[in-house]
Ligand binder design. Structure first.
Ligand code: SF4
Length: 143
């Protein structure tokens, strides 16, 4: 069996024989990865959930730690029924104990309410655009 090690960007091509002898790895981490991949492959799952009351309609989430690869589709289906309400803090638990793994889905960003987002946009509008003339700045003169 062959697999690409995804632990680092080098991406070594690993080969495993029937006796689970691993070759092709450039370091010990590749050995560990290959053994786990053969015995119990796991993945960190990322997705989004619906959010109401925020400027964005979806909030990104991920599993706090890797879960068994065989549970990925069941875990994804748990998110279909989830809708959260802003404001949301980064790291908030959205679904606890995914499929009995003890691992939760957590948010990966904070989202304020639509109201607070509008205030933020108001602040951004105060930043001069490239055509603005800033008094005392010769580089900003219209030309
Ligand atoms: S075996 Fe080691 S060097 Fe090669 S991709 Fe994996 S972690 Fe990187």
């Amino acid at each position: 069996m062959e697999m690409i090690c995804i632990v680092c960007p080098k991406g070594c091509l690993l080969k495993a024989d029937d006796d689970m002898n691993i070759t092709g790895n450039s370091c010990e981490r590749g050995l560990t990865y290959a053994r786990e991949e053969l015995q119990n492959p796991v993945r960190t799952l990322t997705s989004t959930v619906r959010v109401s009351g925020a400027a964005l309609s979806r909030c990104p989430v991920k599993t706090r730690s890797p879960i068994p690869k065989k549970l990925i589709f069941d875990a994804m289906s748990l998110l279909d029924a989830v809708e959260i309400t802003a404001p949301v803090e980064e790291g908030a638990v959205i679904v606890d104990n995914i499929c009995g793994t003890g691992v939760p889905f957590v948010t990966t960003r904070s989202l304020g309410t639509s109201h607070s987002a509008a205030r933020h946009c108001g602040l951004r509008a105060a930043i001069p655009c490239k055509n603005s003339v800033i008094p005392g700045d010769p580089g900003s003169s219209p030309g």
